[in-house]
Ligand binder design. Structure first.
Ligand code: NOJ
Length: 543
């Protein structure tokens, strides 16, 4: 395999450690739990067949934001295990041919990080400037109008009484933003990267990669009005959409961020065949692709525009075509539809009970586009957003439902835990679980396995060119994936009505390789009159 092949042509699976598998029975997932379940992912005849895992944070943390508030970048939180247990996980993953990407959270630390404890201790502490401190306005109010990404938090500034200044936090008060204008911060974070690279990790997912650099003058953001009732990702989406085309935001996406990313890239390139994927939460694609630099910044940028599309063929087609058109020479696309911050596809796209049928079509789309697919734990089982009663809500931003524990089997703890789970287990796990789906050819898990298998065996799906099929009727997203000796047609019916259309003008037939409808007969199909059932996707081999 050539350098970079694994993350370009492979499939990456996100693990949210708290909710994946709990080996010690305290109700919270841990590293040993992950190690014990690696066969689900790779190296076994029954495995899903992914190529890499991305681990959400498992570092020492007070868990205000469930690990995205890091108190020590170089240690594992005891809740999750030890560095030794991490090394075992890494070795066991590598033994199965799985690469391991870890989350890197450079924009902010926990307020319990020793750097911040020092920084807040006095105005002349040597670490004072490692964070963003500013004087109040003359009336005592915060230095500017910047808001936390979390609606519940309000202002992005908190007054620290000891020293009489405000500190910046783009997220919770417990997550003070580092000051990336300070060269010592850059050096310290390079050391963090090297610490994990030396341990053998294969790459990083960079948390809020677009937020590290901000206006050093701390000028106000342009005023953006959105519905005050909106929460969570709906609010973020509305804010970002409203800011598009307007004046630039001051608290993120500042030009200097590209220099920081080039520096990360240089550090990571000191090691063989490692990569970085960035969470670039910008809903403007020209801005998004600028984070690839000239192939010298991020290797991959998570495309949130794709995730935010309504269930409409022309909407997805437009995003794919725009992304394909904008990507700088030599760079590579990637797609995802689920993660730990967003409502799951089964719930998000449900319209009167067809959520799972649509999720099957979504899986086919994700795994046949040109670009690296990212899956999120449980999506391969068709997990929905778990019901979380008001007295069990723990997240500040409404993200508990997409984080409920993984469904391994039908037992009361879902095979996730023998203890009291930190978030309620969806009662649906009695039907929707890995054990039940493994031997069932009609299950969501079987569909994902089959799609991954097809992709692995198909140069056209992994590496081939992408072209939209212009003959597709309204409501059908169809495209060709082509190499010199292979061509596959993917046709996704995103409506709830059957359709028949002429995929190619010639009367020739093609070989139906896979349908999202497990009942459909596999064999020759006429291309001049291709039939798709309601909410059905197909892959047809043309050569
Ligand atoms: C993005 C992460 O995905 C999210 O879970 C977290 O709350 C914020 N960044 C802050 O780190």
């Amino acid at each position: 395999m050539a350098v970079g092949d694994w993350w370009r042509y492979g499939v990456i699976y996100q693990i949210y450690p708290r909710s994946f598998a709990d080996a010690d029975g305290n109700g919270i997932g841990d590293l040993d739990g992950i190690t014990e379940h690696l066969d689900h992912l790779a190296g076994h005849a029954d495995s899903l067949g992914v190529d890499a895992i991305w681990l959400s944070p498992f570092y020492k943390s007070p868990m205000a934001d469930y690990g995205y508030d890091v108190a020590d970048y170089r240690d594992v939180d005891p809740m999750f295990g030890t560095l030794g247990q991490f090394d075992t996980l890494l070795a066991e993953a590598h033994r199965r041919g799985l690469k391991v990407i870890v989350d890197f959270v450079p924009n902010h630390t926990s307020d319990q990080h020793e750097w911040f404890i020092e920084s807040r201790s006095s105005r002349d502490n040597p670490k004072r400037d490692w964070y963003v401190w500013a004087d109040p306005k003359p009336d005592g109010s915060p230095p500017n109008n910047w808001r936390s990404s979390f609606a519940e938090v309000g202002s992005a500034w908190t007054m620290d009484e000891t020293t009489g200044q405000y500190y910046l936090h783009s997220f919770m008060r417990e997550q003070p933003d580092l000051n990336w204008w300070n060269p010592e911060v850059r050096d310290a974070m390079d050391d963090v990267l090297r610490f994990w690279l030396d341990r053998g990790v294969d790459g990083f997912r960079i948390d809020v990669a677009h937020r590290m650099a901000k206006d050093p003058e701390l000028a106000d953001n342009p005023l953006i009005e959105v519905d005050a009732e909106l929460r969570g990702s709906d609010r973020r989406e509305a804010l970002l959409a409203a800011s598009n085309g307007g004046e630039d935001l001051r608290d993120q996406d500042w030009p200097e961020v590209h220099e920081i990313l080039r520096r990360f890239r240089r550090t990571i390139s000191e090691y063989d065949d490692r990569m970085a994927v960035g969470e670039v939460y910008l809903l403007d694609m020209p801005k998004l692709v600028s984070y690839y630099g000239r192939g010298d910044e991020l290797d991959l940028c998570h495309n949130f525009v794709f995730l935010h599309q309504p269930w409409k063929a022309d909407a997805f087609r437009a995003v794919v075509e725009e992304f394909e058109g904008l990507l700088p020479e030599g760079t590579w696309p990637d797609y995802f539809l689920n993660n730990h911050d967003h409502s799951r596809v089964v719930t998000r796209y449900d319209d009167g009970g067809n959520g799972r049928a649509r999720a099957r079509v979504a899986a086919m789309m994700l795994l046949t586009l040109r670009g690296t697919p990212f899956l999120y734990q449980g999506e391969e089982l068709g997990m929905r957003d778990g019901p979380v009663p008001p007295d069990r809500i723990v997240d500040v931003d409404g993200r508990d439902p997409e984080r409920t524990p993984m469904h391994w089997d039908a037992s009361p703890g879902a095979g996730f835990t023998t203890g009291e789970p930190w978030l309620p287990i969806d009662p649906e796990h009695e039907r929707v679980n890995a054990a039940a789906q493994r031997g069932d050819a009609t299950s969501m898990l079987s569909l994902y396995r089959r799609l991954l298998q097809l992709r692995r065996g198909s140069p056209a799906l992994r590496q081939g060119a992408y072209a939209s099929l212009t003959s597709a009727p309204d409501g059908v997203f169809a495209y060709l994936r082509t190499t010199s000796d292979e061509q596959l047609l993917v046709a996704l019916n995103m409506t709830s009505d059957p359709v028949r259309f002429a995929a190619t003008p010639q009367g020739a037939g093609g070989q139906l390789e896979l349908s999202t409808d497990p009942g459909r007969h596999i064999g020759q199909v006429p291309l001049a009159a291709l039939d798709l059932g309601p909410d059905e996707g197909v892959i047809v081999r043309l050569r």
